[in-house]
Design a protein. Structure first.
Length: 187
């Protein structure tokens, strides 16, 4: 099996609780983002934008999200508040995934979201080359990111990608056979 097949088939979610205290070099983050930039995009709109929270930026994001949770959630839970803070702080970096909508709206929004998802998948697969784990989360708090960092009117945050070094096991979640999901039309 080729290296690309192995990389795709062994991609898995690694959660912040599984991260270890080891900094992710900025050079590695830049390489991951270059890979993200090579995703397919209709009409070359390149709708992906990223806000990388690193070093002290993680602390700012941690406090912002935790406080926003406390402000906006009627069923406040202290354990959830602490989890929000700690997930950010345990990560080597957090990448806010931003949809930058084509201002002319030349393609449907779902295609722009799909292109951003392809971009994130490139990051996720490339993480393995550096023994990094990652996890894409879309908590309700993403809608408030523009209060912390500038977003343009045609931009919105569609998730956070938490990444870091880890010591998680190599167990891959089993997939149902592809034969159950494909119908061949040959006539």
């Amino acid at each position: 099996m080729s290296t690309i097949n192995q990389s795709i088939r062994s991609r898995k979610s690694i959660y912040p609780i599984q991260f270890i205290d080891k900094p992710v070099p900025v050079e590695v983050l830049k390489e991951l983002l270059v890979n993200a930039n090579h995703a397919p995009t209709h009409r070359l709109t390149e709708p992906w934008r990223f806000k990388v929270f690193y070093d002290a930026g993680k602390k700012s994001l941690s406090e912002f999200l935790a406080n926003k949770y406390k402000e906006t959630i009627s069923d406040f839970q202290e354990a959830k508040y602490e989890k929000i803070k700690n997930n950010v702080l345990k990560s080597g970096a957090i990448i806010a995934i931003v949809l930058h909508r084509d201002e002319e709206e030349r393609v449907p929004e779902w295609e722009e979201v799909a292109a951003v998802a392809c971009s994130v998948q490139n990051i996720w697969i490339a993480c393995q080359q550096y023994d990094l784990g990652g996890y894409w989360s879309t908590p309700p708090l993403v809608k408030y990111l523009g209060e912390l960092v500038p977003l343009k009117p045609n931009e919105k945050c569609i998730g956070f990608f938490y990444l870091g070094y880890h010591e998680a096991n190599d167990r891959i979640m089993p997939k149902k056979p592809i034969e159950e999901k494909v119908e061949w039309v040959m006539e």
